[in-house]
Design a protein around this ligand. Sequence first.
Ligand code: PSU
Ligand code: MN
Length: 305
Amino acid sequence: MRVRLSPEVADAVGSGRGVVALESTLLAHGLPAPRNREVAARLEEVVRAHRAVPATVAVLDGIAVVGLTSVELDRICDPARQVDKLSHRDLAVAAARGGDGATTVASTSTLAHAAGVRVFATGGIGGVHRGAAETYDVSADLDVLAQTPIVVVCAGVKSILDVTATLEVLESRSIPVLGYQTSRFPAFYRRDSGHDLTWRVETGAEVAAIAEMHWGGVGPSSAVVVANPVPAEAELDQAVHDAVLEAGLARVAADGIRGKDVTPALLAYFHEHTDGRSLRANEALVLANAAVAAQVAVALAPDQP
Ligand code: PSU
Ligand code: MN
């Protein structure tokens, strides 16, 4: 499969500057149009404001592109095109067919790593779904993160997942989880999932030092997950969150939604039933993650000006 870096990203990687990969599934399948296109632009601005280079990742005409242009972002965010959601296993199909697709945490991590990018910002990573003991629904994100050396900044995992089981899998797959200015694992729309974290960090430089040690010595060659809670002012009210979650899970079950459609369906349910508040939380948290990721990328970069 061909991986094409934009000239700016190729130059930044080649000259040892900080680069932050951004995923496109959260744009194409996680946020409604036209807000998705606005968020795409603001994510890149935030990364630049922190002196790093943004690299949004997607598949276009079967080529993996690391660093989308403005026109290419339009294409991925256009709801009329209904681009595919591509996880790691789907990349070869998209490449062989020459199609377009948005990349998940799993496929974005793989492609960013292949391009020499060491830091990635997203909203929430995929995990173990509720009822996984019966459905076997466990995101490929976890397996890919177990074997891909990249820093992933996220707001934890959504409480639409089984958070306890997801933390257990992160532990058994040797993926370290660092709380960014928190000792509690965040739950996407909420700052605290109710689970303690072993490790808390205060700065991007601290994350960078840990990542260097993790990959440079005896550690596993897995990802380092940085869990950054949604900004307090954008957090979803607990009662609203719990009620919408319960109704959303019931709707997805009643509609018989399965596989890769589960996560987008639940996200859409939240956006439709919280009067725009889940959308504001979602936007605020991805922007905050992009800012932290940029600070990590700059701290990791050998030749940052
Ligand atoms: N979590 C979110 N928003 C998202 C996703 C996860 O809060 O948009 C997307 C990410 O791209 C993630 C993918 O990699 O969903 C996981 O999908 P699945 O559960 O089908 O593996
Ligand atoms: Mn799944």
